[in-house]
Design a binder for this molecule. Structure first.
Ligand code: ZN
Length: 398
């Protein structure tokens, strides 16, 4: 018998990858994340699960023989730079507690069950969100994966080899492709549950979202000798575009973010010759995203013209609204009064939604903050999350 709780397991890993400000940086296959992987393997082994690491760097902890029709649960161990303690690990530890409790209770699943720790969900290391689940589902090819280079300069194949994985064996995972379903518990990344006064919600959908890159070019020059009227400074249209993005979001009731800007060559006494900004846009409806981005692009072109600069836009990624097929079944299992929320964040359960029925549970985050140290969940709410996950899993494996 184990006496694990989600809180007690999170306490065991609280120091791993922790930064001075209390945030976490746990990047896929870097030492901190490898320590978490070893911890996960030890815990899963302790409750009698069998470990299989696939060649996409996902770790599977099996109850029963790996094979078709498996019920999958889990989440991820990696974090964004400066992330919180709960995003990812809460789903992994909750799965461990739920499965340990089911085993202690003498339940005999009629389907194989696996807890999966998915690789580089945040994409913080290799720049590809949900890397492990994409590879396992065949949504990202081996050739594409081989081209990925970590922000620290290590190529994906080198990182794989350093971790004892063969990058030539990257590819679709048959067990995943023939699985019966995947359920992921996750800390909520907004204030939905806090405002409703409930500890746990069922996810309805991931709202449509996309990323765009805008490259502005102007003319580099001397910051002291170039008259204002002679300047073609690309930083100015960038600034106006950032403001236009905020205005469009307020007007249309969606969210836009410019979280990354590169200015070249990047000298204090040099007028920039080029500037690149990245735009992230998410809304309830795809049409809203399309309209908002079009408005922002128009504003950027007007601003670039005004300053004698050019701008070129490129869409880097797009994910349409993703509904969770398990939602209705989970609602029946947990009760019709269970709150339901959509989310603006991407998840492995969303990446896998076209591969198999998937579902998500959210646990209340009183601050509503995410990807930062303020992200939180009370011990009692974490236990409510475990209980909900266990209830659903027990039905799914019947
Ligand atoms: Zn996450």
């Amino acid at each position: 018998m184990t006496s694990w709780t989600a809180a007690s397991l999170l306490a065991e890993i609280a120091e791993i990858g922790r930064n001075g400000d209390g945030s976490y940086s746990r990047f896929c296959l870097r030492p901190e994340e490898v320590t978490l992987r070893e911890w996960f393997v030890a815990k899963a082994t302790q409750i009698g699960l069998t470990i299989v690491t696939d060649m996409n760097a996902n770790i599977w902890a099996w109850w029963g023989t790996p094979g078709p029709d498996a019920v999958l649960t889990g989440s991820h161990l990696d974090s964004v730079p400066g992330g919180g303690a709960y995003d990812g690990p809460l789903g992994v530890v909750s799965s461990l507690v739920a499965v340990a409790t089911m085993r202690d209770a003498g339940i005999t699943p009629s389907k194989p069950l696996a807890i999966v720790a998915m690789a580089d969900e945040e994409g913080a290391r290799f720049g590809m969100p949900c890397l492990g689940s994409r590879l396992a589902a065949g949504k990202l090819s081996k050739a594409e994966a081989h081209k990925l280079v970590a922000r620290d300069g290590q190529s994906l194949p080198d990182a794989w080899r350093a971790a004892g994985l063969d990058p030539d064996l990257i590819g679709p995972n048959d067990v995943l492709l023939t699985a019966s379903c995947f359920i992921e518990l996750h800390v909520e990344q907004g204030r939905g549950l806090a405002d409703l006064g409930h500890p746990v919600a069922i996810a309805t959908a991931v709202r449509p979202h996309g990323r765009w890159r805008a490259e502005f070019t102007g003319q580099g020059n001397h910051a002291g000798t170039t008259l204002i009227c002679d300047r073609h400074d690309p930083v100015l249209p960038v600034a106006q575009t950032v403001l236009a993005a905020r205005e469009a979001a307020e007007r249309e009731g969606c969210v836009t973010t410019v979280g990354r800007i590169n200015v070249e060559p990047g000298g204090t006494n040099v007028i920039a010759s080029a500037a690149t900004m990245w735009l992230d846009c998410r809304a309830e409806a795809s049409q809203t995203v399309t309209k908002v981005v079009k408005d922002i692009q128009q504003a950027s072109k007007t601003a670039a013209d005004k300053h004698g600069c050019q701008v070129v836009w490129t869409r880097e990624s797009w994910t349409d609204r993703t509904s969770f097929e398990l939602r209705a079944r989970m609602l029946k299992i947990l009760g019709e009064n269970t709150p339901q929320l959509s989310t603006g964040a991407g998840h492995d359960a969303a990446t896998l939604a076209t591969t198999m029925p998937t579902g998500m549970l959210f646990v209340r985050n009183p601050t509503g903050a995410s990807h930062c140290p303020a992200e939180s969940a009370s011990d009692a709410d974490c236990e409510a999350g475990v209980e909900a996950l266990q209830t659903v899993l027990e039905e799914l494996v019947k």
